[in-house]
Design a protein around this ligand. Sequence first.
Ligand code: NAP
Length: 291
Amino acid sequence: MKIIDGKATARAIKEEIKAEVDIMISAGHRNPHLAAILVGHDGGSETYVAYKIKDCKDVGFKSSLVRFEDDVAEEVLLEKIRELNNDDELDGFIVQLPLPSHINEQNVIETIDPTKDVDGFHPVNVGRTVIGLPSFVSATPNGIIELLKRYHIETSGKHCVVVGRSNIVGRPMSILMSQKSINATVTVAHSRTKDLESLCASADILIAALGAPGFIKSHMVKEGAVVIDVGTTRIPSTETKSGFRLKGDVVYEEVAPKCAFITPVPGGVGPMTRVSLLSNTLMAAKGNIYT
Ligand code: NAP
């Protein structure tokens, strides 16, 4: 069994990005610039945005944070997005989700200029991803594909089961795994899937993205499978400073001995999600990816 070290891989990719930024700067280009819009003061969102700002600093990107209070009117937020769309000094931006319930998330996503949509949530980017055109790909699936490539994991002709069909993880993951460059045969499972246990046990590559801690147990995993655990549920803990720890969708201790490869939680998919946003921003800074 081999542990897929997302932390070390992400660190290596950050160094590659930093080296590219250094070359861009010495060629007279300005620093790549990412902005984040944060609405309200949700603890999780504050943490994620703080990480994004730190990551930018680490690789030599400029970052900007635009804050709004919880009660911001949707139109005010949309107007700010239009302003950022037209800011030539900005390469890409994200709107941290979730948003307060009075704001329509889809309106927000669709107002972002797709060429600056480094989260890859705009339907133009999703559609382009589906038909295999250059696009910004959602960070988590993008990061998982990068891990599979860097660990030289054979995907061609393999049966991949993706558990979860969300727009940001499960669905784009299933699309990417079925692309001609990856060539897996994909089954997407969800809460209405029948006989999920034996379906999972038939997977050569099992990608668990359900957000149900400890759901995938040993009997649901084939001997020699590759297991990617996307789940990161916050569990209260007295042993950490933050008061919680992250738990994956896979019971790591019992599943790992059966696997060819497995991602731990934390330290697997999470760091790759973070670094994928940097990769997308670097792509945006290099010019229009659609042309
Ligand atoms: P989500 O929007 O809640 O989607 C969960 C999906 O799992 C849904 O499609 C749901 O089915 C399915 N599901 C839930 N319970 C199930 C069950 N018992 N059996 C079969 N399918 C089930 O979640 P998400 O945003 O995709 O995130 C999934 C997990 O990944 C969460 O733990 C999240 O925190 C984590 N995550 C981690 C990272 C990272 O960087 N590591 C990034 C993003 C997300 P239905 O569609 O039928 O409801």
